[in-house]
Design a binder for this molecule. Structure first.
Ligand SMILES: Nc1ncnc2c1ncn2[C@@H]1O[C@H](COP(=O)(O)OP(=O)(O)OP(=O)(O)O)[C@@H](O)[C@H]1O
Ligand SMILES: [Mg+2]
Length: 332
């Protein structure tokens, strides 16, 4: 069953300098229980896309130019705000990069979790439960994300927790509404490498246990490849390639995806010298015509400069947006 379907979604920001064409026709789907990684360089629109799923990009300067975002077949962009509130957290929950800025330093963990749980219940129109039941629920959520002594933790304040513990608390809060989709935007970028691995393992465990669909966003291909069955590669507001993770790593078809993979150091093979992608990301005030990657692409020809390539299925479940990728030839 398709939970989320993004169709030809375009989003711009109207700024004083002009219009930033940030998302340029995104087509993506997320099936129930599926894990989808989204990877791409800084500024390519990953966070804006994630926020769009919960319609957090509605007000100026953001402007939806075209397209639809369907959740279980319903257009999120057309939902009344009340219905949207029921969706946020209860169906689609989100975890962000920086745990410190999403917790209030002045309030105890318990108070913040109680607020999150009550907020979810009132949005759903459920009867108010006594405080004790809410606290037990909160402690249960903390235990489910691997935090010891959850009742004591409820009385702590955020500064008493490590970064990894704070991220676990935010994940617990995201689960309060028992969502079916978890969107995690760089959930481990602020953490040490070892803690990062633990938090990724936690997310993988929760996804399995609860049958969650996961959209995991990272600039780090290694992170999404380790956690997701499918990966979508974004470049300057477009999806350039989307494939099962193993297929993408073994046989990337888009020149940008090839560059991204070549740029990853290989610790098992020190002889492999990581190569960067020449050039820099485009200015979205005046994005390149045609294929947005063409100014950096060694294969670019006239058609790349004039016509935006469609995302085409070149092998089963393997989609590529490149004029020069053909089903006959393995890779451009
Ligand atoms: N509120 C805003 N107003 C104007 N421009 C914005 C706004 N939010 C995002 N942008 C622009 O949209 C583009 C995409 O930003 P986004 O945060 O989605 O990138 P990202 O892929 O998440 O990058 P990173 O890896 O650094 O998190 C950037 O050019 C950014 O400057
Ligand atoms: Mg981001």
């Amino acid at each position: 069953m398709t939970l989320v379907e993004i169709r030809d979604y375009r989003l711009a920001f109207d700024t004083f300098d002009g219009t930033l064409h940030v998302l340029d026709g995104i087509d993506l789907a997320l099936e129930a229980g599926q894990t989808l990684g989204i990877v791409g360089e800084t500024g390519c629109g990953k966070s804006v896309l994630a926020r769009s799923l919960l319609r957090l990009n509605e007000s100026p300067p953001a402007r939806v130019v075209s397209g639809a975002i369907l959740f279980e077949g319903q257009d999120v962009l057309a939902l009344p705000e009340r219905a949207m509130r029921r969706l946020r957290g209860r169906r689609i929950a989100m975890v962000f990069q920086d745990p410190a800025s999403y917790l209030n330093p002045l309030l105890s963990i318990g108070t913040q979790m109680e607020d999150a749980i009550r907020g979810q219940e009132s949005a759903a129109g459920e009867a108010k439960r006594p405080r004790r039941a809410i606290r037990d629920h909160a402690a249960g959520l903390l235990a489910s994300v691997g935090l010891a002594e959850p009742h004591r933790l409820l009385d702590s304040h955020p500064h008493q927790l490590s970064g990894g513990m704070r991220q676990r608390v935010l994940i617990a809060m995201a689960l309060a509404g028992n969502p079916s989709v978890l969107v995690a935007d760089e959930p481990t970028t602020a953490l040490d490498v070892t803690v990062q691995a633990q938090v990724l393992a936690l997310i993988a465990g929760l996804v399995k246990e609860r049958g969650l669909a996961l959209m995991l966003i990272s600039h780090d291909l290694g992170v999404v490849a380790a956690s997701c069955a499918r990966v979508a590669v974004m470049y300057a507001g477009t999806v350039v390639e989307e494939a099962p993770t193993a297929a993408l790593l073994a046989n990337p078809r888009h020149p940008y995806a090839q560059g991204l993979i070549a740029a990853v150091p290989d610790i098992d093979n020190p002889a492999h010298k990581p190569r960067g992608i020449p050039g820099s990301i485009p200015n979205l005030l005046k994005p390149p015509t045609g294929c947005r990657f063409h100014p950096r692409c060694a294969l670019a020809t006239d058609i790349c400069r004039s016509t935006k390539p469609a995302l085409r299925e070149l092998a089963p479940a393997h989609r590529v947006a490149c004029h020069h990728a053909t089903p006959e030839h393995p890779g451009p």
